[in-house]
Design a protein around this ligand. Sequence first.
Ligand code: NOJ
Length: 539
Amino acid sequence: MDDFLWWRDGVIYQIYPRSYADSNDDGLGDLPGITARLDYLADLGIDAIWLSPIYPTPDKDFGYDVSDHSAVDPRFGTLADFDRLVAEAHKRGIRVILDLVLNHTSDQHPWFRESRASRENPKRDWHIWRDPKPSPCKGEDRVGVNRPPNNWQSVFGGRAWTYDKTTGQYYYHMFLPEQPDVNWRNPEVREAQLDVVRFWLERGVDGFRLDVFNAYFKDAQLRNNPPKFGLRAFDRQHHANDCDQPEMIPLLNELRTMLDSYDERYAVGETFLGTPQKAASYCGPDLLHTAFSFDFTLRRFDPRQFLDAIRQWEGALGTKAWPNYTLSNHDTPRNATRYTHGEDDARAKVALALLLTLRGTPFLYYGEEIGMRDISLRRNEILDPPGRRYWPIYKGRDGCRSPMQWDDSPNAGFCPPVVQPWLPVHPNYRTRNVAAQREDPASMLNFTRRLIALRRENPALRRGTFVPLTCESRHALAYLRHSPEQTVLVALNFANRPIRVACDLPLPAANWHLLLSTARDNLPRLELTPYEVCILAMM
Ligand code: NOJ
């Protein structure tokens, strides 16, 4: 494995820091808490951790409203704690990826405090300010009635423009009013943002996840978005002018040059309103290493759905960039919640086996390795702003952000029993937790560890080509991963009944040996038991 490249050949594990491990008993996870769990992560076999934002924040959007990009929120620890986390992670061969939120700041960020102070402030142009649009009809010209500069909407609901009485102008925010977008067209802003990137690179960070990077630039003339059909006001527009502007490409070139001036540094973009084609357009040797398309998070538990997503992603990327796959993250219900019923993990294992045997970097979301489910909250318990606004149509993202379940003690070992965690622990923690699953050979945790180890040990699973096989049953997904050294066959049964995986390829049984199966210890007759995962290798 001489040419092992961590971000391409490894497995990346996303940590939502406030929910991982609380070391100082305040009900909120923190950096020393994560450091204390690094041995667990090393044992799991992952190669890198991506930390959702750790910066000072007023928490209007739970860390994605940053008030200082070059510091650590005191509730999470100090810069010294961060340095220790990086050093300890590196000792164990684990890389560290930070979440960079450069599209917007908090309204409490010093840049915005200055920007909103007066029209003459030198930082006025660091955010996006515009005069009210002149009223088309005289009747509207009354005092106190004015109109936003254009029709843009906020993803979290309402207009994307908020009127500031003090200075008589509107400012723009794609997300909450407390998250004003920065003006990337201002060269001073651009320099200051790239300084932030440099700051963390110098501290030894291995890579970045770029929050909604393709929204950095907006149309220079701030033209209206054209209309389309949709449910919410935001969805009733084509987002032609509030994201995906051509200026992003030279910025990515510059960023990539900076990353490449260090050793093995990496960037993955969170493609806003991502499609495979759009995400792929930002990837390449002089652009991002990779970008998320999120297609898997939208798919039903159906092999045809997944195969379609894989084909589209592979097709869009071609040879110019390496794919990645993700089933869950902090913005979407967990895949175990979406795909399973009750506490049965059979379907979650099929989904996990798919994620960890594809051609592309797998991103695991904390707790996915033990099959954590979303918590359900009553209306008055909801913290996430879009959930509060749209309940009960949309209940927000708190469900997938609940505390990590370490053991069966009250609060699941996330924080002491007497402390109230920031979000409730899932009631299934007494049986669904790391300690219990360690002891159970058939657990999700041991299954995940075996799959990760298998990926590491088998070159075809890491780097081989992906060749889908045509199967007799529509409930089967079977594919070969083929490298110069070996061929691996992955066969997954998505049904709760036995199926035959008759493929369009002759697979002489004698040449295959079993790498892993959830159901058998002998070679298959190409018949899979309900929800079986079967992985074979031919040398
Ligand atoms: C995308 C992040 O994933 C999400 O959690 C956040 O609310 C928005 N960007 C705004 O930063």
